[in-house]
Write a protein that binds this ligand. Sequence first.
Ligand code: PRX
Length: 680
Amino acid sequence: MADSQPGSQHGAIDSVLNETRVFPPPAPERAGTPRWLVSSMDEYRAMHARSIEDPEAFWAEAAGELHWFEPWSKVLEWSLPDAKWFVGAKTNLCYNCVDRHVEQWRGEHIGIVWEGEPMPGGEPEVCRLSYAQLQTETAKFANVLKGRGVKAGDVVTIYMGMVPELAIAVLACARIGAVHSVIFGGFSAQAIADRVVDASSKLIITCDGAWRRGKVVPLKQNVDDAIDKLDANTVETVIVLKRCGNQVSRADGRDVDWHEQTNAASDDCPCAPLDSEHMSFLLYTSGSTGKPKGIQHTVGGFMVYTYLTSKYVFNLIPGLDEPKRDDAQNGQVFWCTADVGWITGHSYIIYGIMPTGVPTLMYEGAPNFPGDDRFWDIVQRHKVTQFYTAPTAIRAFMKWGDKHPKKHDLSSLQVLGTVGEPINPEAWMWYHRVIGGETCPIVDTWWQTETGGHMLTPLPGVTPTKPGSCTLPFFGIDAAIVNDQGKELPKGSGGLLAIRKPWPSMLRGIFGDRERFIETYWSKLPGMYFPGDGAHTDSDGYFWIMGRVDDVMNVSGHRLGTMEVESALVSHESVVEAAVVGMPHEIKGTGIAAFVTLGNGFDPTDDLKAALREHVGKQIGAIAKPDQIRFTGALPKTRSGKIMRRLLRSIAAGETLVTQDTSTLEDYAVVAKLQESEEG
Ligand code: PRX
């Protein structure tokens, strides 16, 4: 098996595994929930067995909990690598997130709770949107999009901060079948330009700026710079929402104001009945080679899978069948701290959560503004019941100290979740003890942009948990540990993680690149989906993720390709060659180490290091700035000219190299020099 990334903490996990502590599920009253939706491991195992033996019956039943304009003729058509779920059926994501609640009896219930970052006078800006308001606002904005020529299937680019209008924009696209491509607000102008070109997108929705730690991120300016980089003038409309009150330019005929447009728009725009397999969105993510790839998701399968995982993994019980105004939402408030710009936000802020009828909380800003206790202040004030975040955030909270959560009443919490990277057992224990008060189950959810929803995860109140393990497969997921040839390995073995059966929210392709789709996911292991992660099981069959086995890094839970960062570095005038590897990082899990060879006439100074970091920030975004840059006369290569990343990873991690096999190394002197080179 190829090397896994450092920072995946599997050393730490192995040591825990030897004396694994098992945390039995708490009783519902202990966690403060009315009940656990699945009541025992026997029930989980029976449901899982049924979902694998008769997936069509299982998923038809799940889909039956949602609204369809027309029924399917067949639940699944599968011809590897192409899946069609709910064949021939017609449905709409926005209808299921919003209109369905209004049509039934919950129009006045809250769908979205939003809190802004600034706290002028110590008071937060809070906005609560009912399903009825969301219906009006999404219909109006959908009419704005239609008015600018957007039709079903057209790609709309969204580059906004975490404002309520972001959710409205996304849902408005879903309403009319426009395909959204949301770009995280931390990405650069170049990254926007690349994605706009790849998707042939003619319309961009943005904000004047976004609040981040008290400062304004100039979103509109980045969009203007991105458009300047395009070869042809392909962007016809930019819709700008004013949020931060900063000055932005306004290109005549192209730039229009969100409020001017929506104020003039009709609120009559019924949800379009869309084919279940219609493309709902594109989301760009990093791979091991080339530019980020546009992962394609659907309407029907994506909706059913994200809904069912939301319901069971977070134990959401809004009481949809009981028209009693006051307690019908069971007091649950779900908060996922991700940005909508990532898959976690797509699936578990909007599309999976909203159909459950539990209000979803969106927070605009940083976890440490104005103080290090901002998140816990939010949990207390909004009585958050489900809290879903990333290990990198948990490690930062640990570092900031227990006093911040301890200032607040966190007793509303029922379930805690984590996602994005392996969680080290120390962080898991801290989360369990300090945030969960030892009464909340932790769901460590393993999944990917490509999988659309949770794949390996405990069910709260049911699955006994072990710190660092994402435990067992969700319903319908047939996961195994296999060797390079796809042969299943026995319990307790380490190898490649593989998924052997199709599931409803699986990616349907890479936009415009069928070959890469087949090659990346469907060619490595015969007849199976290859996620690119290494993992092992233990004697209970629990899964432990060891990290990526390809050239993808997981930095603070965000995916970045080593080649992407290398390309950014070599596009700087001073750089002749660059190699990038992951390295262990206390907070980020994996940090970025860059080894750089300079051209003649460039001096290896600290100023140049700083300039290179800035340059990478401009090319990709701040998350890609290397943590460590080392200048080197040459890079260690095999005789066939391949950069020896394994060696570089060891050097970046500060390990001694005596144990490494360097028999194929071209020039050992290069390594010796690299070891001496100064990091920084
Ligand atoms: O390596 C795995 C890691 O994140 C990768 C997927 O990244 P992305 O598509 O950006 O999606 C992140 C949010 C779903 C995976 O291949 N990963 C994700 N969740 C976990 C994880 N590694 C270990 N444990 C997890 N819970």
